[in-house]
Ligand binder design. Structure first.
Ligand SMILES: Cc1ncc(C[n+]2csc(CCOP(=O)(O)OP(=O)(O)O)c2C)c(N)n1
Ligand SMILES: [Mg+2]
Length: 329
């Protein structure tokens, strides 16, 4: 932190902060209510990683496409996905964004340009490349962005996808959230210490950049360059940001006690909270007051409360529709 660009419009900075805060409050509310056992699908929370979703999506319009994977709530909300429909989906209700059939790991909001998320690690990378290929063939100006965890870069489909994207100079941006772990496996048991994703991707002829995934301004600026590159027709970009998930891989709890990572490491990353650090900077710059934060929290909390009420009071899909939407003919 501390690289906050003073020439940036204060309203934009506050928007970035409050949008991160909204994701945090939504996920904390999910975590709080999860033990009621009314949300019956697994949830992969992105608490601690909110800055990447917000810094990246701030440069996208509704007509641009975004795809994600299992940890997708933040990406869906940052792209403008409907909160009520997301919560209803997690509750398995017919008003959900996938009609209650998919749960947390299958979010989609076509009106917002959120093409979808699926939990097959690496599975959405070629789909985003295909979407970008389609846009290029139709002469459309939109770009496609795919969010992935760092483990997805270990999948064969990643190499095939970046090769094809580079060959065709497709308007696609690969955004890698490197949170150091794949479930309980640290990078050290999965990748050689010499591995350098940026160098690998650069070797395919692709624009790359990397940075601090807990610094929303740095992400915003790096994405600005990547978007400029892709929108000018210069081809794909790969951005990698270091970050850390605070809670267990899957579920609402903390799991540092089980031994795959240390409490010390976790506490170190908590000190680098993307939200509180940025809030402090904005207060020091005197563009943000305690009262403004309080009022915003109140507003967001009311919105979340309303969305949970909508989800809880919505009906389940009717039994007669059980066999609908299984195959597309
Ligand atoms: C092809 C495939 N292999 C394994 C899994 C099981 N799995 C689900 S999430 C996950 C971890 C992925 O780690 P990463 O991509 O770094 O994302 P993170 O969970 O850290 O956000 C794994 C191995 C899967 N869903 N798909
Ligand atoms: Mg990871």
């Amino acid at each position: 932190m501390g690289k906050c660009n003073n020439v940036m419009n204060p309203d934009l900075k506050k928007k970035l902060l409050f949008n991160m805060l909204r994701i945090r409050l939504v996920e904390e509310a999910i975590a709080e209510r999860y033990s009621e056992k009314k949300m019956r699908c697994p949830v992969h929370l992105c608490i601690g990683q909110e800055a990447i979703a917000i810094g990246v999506c701030a440069h996208l319009s509704t007509k641009d496409y975004v795809m994600s994977a299992h940890r997708s709530h933040g990406h869906y909300l940052a792209k403008g996905g409907d909160l009520k429909a997301m919560l209803a989906e997690i509750y398995g209700k017919v008003t959900g964004c996938s009609l209650g059939r998919g749960g947390s790991m299958h979010l989609v909001d076509l009106d917002a340009g959120f093409l979808g998320a699926t939990p097959i690690v690496g599975g959405t990378i070629p789909i985003a490349v295909g979407a970008a290929f389609g846009s290029q063939m139709k002469g459309e100006s939109r770009i496609s962005v795919v969010f992935m965890g760092e483990a997805a870069t270990e999948e064969g489909v990643f190499s095939e996808s970046i090769n094809f994207a580079s060959l065709k100079k497709l308007p696609v941006i690969f955004v890698c959230e490197n949170n150091l772990y794949s479930v309980y496996s640290p990078l050290s048991v999965r990748q050689s210490a010499e591995r350098n994703n940026s160098a690998i991707v650069k070797g395919y002829g692709i624009y790359t950049d990397k940075g601090d995934g807990n610094d929303v301004i740095e992400i915003y600026q790096k994405m600005e360059n990547a978007v400029g590159h892709a929108r000018q027709g210069l081809g794909p970009a790969y951005l990698e940001f270091d970050t850390y998930r605070w809670r267990e891989h899957c579920g609402p709890n903390y799991d540092n006690n089980i031994g795959y990572r240390s409490e010390e490491e976790y506490l170190d990353w908590r000190k680098r909270c993307p939200i509180t650090c940025f809030e402090e900077i904005l207060k020091q710059e005197k563009v943000l007051s305690d009262l403004e934060v309080k009022e915003t929290v109140k507003k967001i909390t009311a919105e979340i409360e309303g969305a949970f009420n909508f989800a809880v009071s919505s009906p389940f899909p009717p039994e007669k529709d059980l066999y609908h939407h299984l195959y597309a003919y």
